[in-house]
Ligand binder design. Structure first.
Ligand SMILES: Cc1ncc(COP(=O)(O)O)c(C=O)c1O
Length: 399
């Protein structure tokens, strides 16, 4: 039977402390014990249902984690203060000094910077590969490799990872396949396709209101327990803990995610088809011209479409900048990084979110100067939006 992530969220039932339909927010950093023995047992990890200290876990964070684990079909999940606060501890939990990671080269700039510049300080090295070339992926694996890392749909070039095939490679070489699913929540279910660990920046579509940063790691109960271990758990010891008030507000936003994703995808597909017909180089997994269109189709939970992210080449950085400024003036969206907001957001990734990637590597991966990354909003009348964007492009001689 096909996995239905929104049903999994719908089916969760909460009875708050006072019968509220939303669970009560746990506004405590520490918790009392009626017996000293239970406190000892909790430290030892043996007291199910007891809370100790909120850096370890708190009721509100567990509620959100439970919902996200349900969405991804994993046994458990651990929420964190940001997407990077989920990614870096997960990788540090899986790797130690001397280990090696094989990573897609088209990933979020912060993750790239961590792997390229920070992890080597701990003697964890990374080989960056074209994730769509499975032979290259396998060739990069060494006896020290522990992790295969990718984004389901990559930032910013919207490359699609063949998660099932990558999972076969990972299993063959005894690696953990870690997939960042930030760009494609609900639409792609990496665990169902064979991923071991699924990560999200909640900052983006899942929260959807650009009012907080947040992250989550979804995996087996054993792995989530390991991240939280008081002795050697990377989340527990590095301390990127989400605040309970935020966990409660993200949980409420999660409940409308299915409706939002459908609208983001519908709007993005409409614009992608129009821009491509206008003759602009347009990258969108929903277009037949996208090299991984069929692959995405084979992996997707159909009703959620091809996502809200869209890339257009305005020809040059100057043109891209002029267009973004004009679109902002005309109230078509905001010149801002990040994604998943109700209004369209646009940025030039080469000079912003992917600026950590050296220029020659950007060129090699097709990240040209004129590229604008759009996170398409929830506009009710997308034809009107298109007409206005089209006239901005005409005014600037991009069309
Ligand atoms: C794909 C992806 N993963 C992870 C992150 C990092 O998330 P955060 O900014 O919440 O730390 C981002 C942020 O832009 C992202 O786009």
């Amino acid at each position: 039977m096909k996995f239905k992530p929104a049903d999994k969220i719908q089916d969760l039932q909460y009875f708050g402390e006072f019968g509220g339909v939303n669970p009560s927010i746990s506004d405590s950093s520490t918790y009392t014990f009626l017996s000293a023995k239970t406190m000892f047992d909790t430290f030892e990890g043996n007291a199910e249902g007891c809370y100790l200290y909120s850096r370890h876990s708190s009721p509100s964070n567990l509620y959100l984690g439970e919902a996200l684990a349900a969405m991804e079909g994993t046994e458990a999940a651990n929420v964190a203060a940001s997407g990077m606060g989920a990614i870096t501890p997960a990788l540090l939990q899986l790797c130690q000094a001397g280990d090696h990671i094989v990573s897609s080269r088209t990933i979020y700039g912060g993750t790239y910077a961590f792997l390229k510049n920070f992890a080597p300080r701990l003697d964890i090295k990374t080989s960056f590969v074209d994730i769509t070339d499975l032979d290259k992926v396998e060739a990069a694996i060494t006896p020290s490799t522990k992790v295969l890392y990718c984004e389901a749909v990559s930032n910013p070039l919207l490359e699609v990872a063949d998660i099932a095939k990558l999972s076969e490679i990972a299993k063959k070489h005894n690696l953990q396949l870690v997939v960042d699913n930030t760009f494609s929540p609900l639409a792609i279910s990496p665990k169902e396709l064979g991923a071991d660990v699924v990560i999200h920046s909640l900052t983006k579509f899942i929260n959807g209101s650009s009012d907080t940063v947040g992250g989550v790691t979804c995996g087996t109960q054993d792995f989530i327990n390991a991240l939280r271990s008081v002795n050697d758990g990377a989340n527990m010891l590095l301390g990127p803990t989400m605040d309970s008030l935020r966990a409660a507000s993200i949980l409420k936003n999660l409940r409308t995610l299915h409706i939002r994703i459908k609208q983001h995808s519908k709007n993005a597909l409409y614009l992608a088809e129009k821009f491509e017909a206008d003759g602009l180089r347009t990258v969108y997994p929903g277009l037949k011209s996208h090299p991984s269109h069929e692959l995405y189709k084979s992996m997707m939970n159909e009703e959620y479409g091809f996502g809200g992210m869209l890339v257009v080449d305005a020809g040059s950085l100057d043109k891209a900048n002029e267009l973004m400024e004009l679109m902002q003036q005309k109230n078509l969206g905001y010149l801002a990084v990040s994604l998943g907001f109700y209004k369209t957001l646009f940025s030039a990734p080469g000079t912003s979110t992917s600026s950590e990637i050296p220029e020659d590597e950007q060129k090699e991966m097709g990240l040209t100067d004129g590229i604008i990354r759009f996170s398409i909003g929830l506009d009710n009348d997308i034809e009107r939006t298109y007409e206005m964007m089209h006239s901005c492009m005409k005014e600037l001689n991009i069309l």
